[in-house]
Write a protein that binds this ligand. Structure first.
Ligand SMILES: C[S@@+](CC[C@H](N)C(=O)[O-])C[C@H]1O[C@@H](n2cnc3c(N)ncnc32)[C@H](O)[C@@H]1O
Length: 290
């Protein structure tokens, strides 16, 4: 399924009326937001399109951003390394920064990458295929206590200890290698509710494998430092752990940045109907003080 950009009009509104010469997008994915930002801002001279997933970069380069090759420079890596990327290109500051965090629909649909608990695939979950840490290694090599902590902190899984115990007991018999095997192990013990019982566990493992929360904090702090006066920084998050980080980093930067909204912007009913994945999205943004 092609990835539908979330809160697109709202993101465009954040950058409306300001002159963007150099723009950095940390999570370009299929390029849906990128194309719309480039169309709305003909003054852009350089659009740094970053993603740690080389497949995403390839897709955006060959489809939605194919006609924007002159202005776009693709950056493979983690957006928290913003300062390094700018230094390598001798760029002192940027005028806009945007991230839309988490996994894309394309990553979820690519079964072999192991992000989805539907079907059976290797327990991978890496956005960056060069990352030495896979979900398989986490599940088989972490201590029971460390696993329980990951499930509790990153998945808010209330039955984290029981799930960690079930995993450790199962792996004593043999290494857990696939998403299907993991689902069978955790199904009887994980929290049941409206969600599939594997939802929170898979979310937690994915966040841990990709250090998603660490990236978010470091990336936003780097963006605040590198954005020029009157430039803007926007972030879309998808669950409360992420939104808390965005809110706190922006609040801690209130000396140098002014918030552009009191409450985060959320999708309209209409958007949620068209794109259920947008349901939990929240957009926050700040302007660097002049
Ligand atoms: C939700 S998708 C972005 C979709 C994009 N806005 C669009 O319109 O197509 C998230 C993308 O961010 C990438 N990503 C997530 N965390 C990242 C990080 N820390 N550094 C670089 N890329 C990251 C993922 O690989 C994925 O391609």
């Amino acid at each position: 399924m092609p990835h539908k950009p979330v809160l697109l009009q709202e993101v465009l509104k954040i950058f409306e009326g300001i002159s963007l010469k150099v723009f950095f997008e940390g999570t370009v994915g299929a390029g849906g937001h990128a194309r719309a930002i480039l169309e709305a801002h003909p003054e852009i001279e350089l659009y740094l399109a970053c993603d740690r997933d080389p497949v995403a970069l390839e897709i955006s380069r060959n489809s939605l951003l194919a006609s924007w090759g002159k202005k776009v420079e693709w950056v493979r890596g983690a957006y928290a390394n913003l300062a390094q990327f700018l230094k390598e290109r001798k760029i002192v500051s940027i005028d806009g920064f945007f991230i839309d965090v988490g996994v894309s629909s394309m990553q979820l649909d690519e079964r072999e990458r192991g992000f989805s608990f539907m079907g059976d695939a290797p327990l991978d979950m890496r956005m960056d295929p060069d990352n030495p840490l896979t979900a398989e290694r986490l599940v088989n090599e972490q201590s029971e206590i460390a696993l329980a902590r990951i499930l509790f902190e990153y998945g808010e899984e209330r039955r984290s200890r029981k799930v960690a115990r079930a995993i450790v007991e199962a792996r004593r018999k043999r290494r857990i290698r696939t998403t299907g095997e993991l689902v069978e192990i955790i199904k009887p013990v994980a929290t049941r509710g409206r969600l599939h019982p594997a939802t929170l566990v898979f979310q937690a493992l994915r966040i841990a494998v990709n250090d998603e929360l660490g990236q978010l904090k470091k990336g936003l702090e780097a963006a605040i430092e590198k954005t020029a006066p009157l430039g803007r920084i926007a972030a879309i998050s998808f669950h409360s752990l992420e939104d808390r980080i965005v809110k706190n980093v922006f609040r801690d930067a209130k000396e140098s940045c002014e918030s552009l909204m009191k409450k985060p912007w959320v999708p309209t009913e209409e958007e949620i109907k068209k794109n259920p994945r947008s349901r939990s999205a929240k957009l926050r943004a700040v302007e660097k003080r002049g």
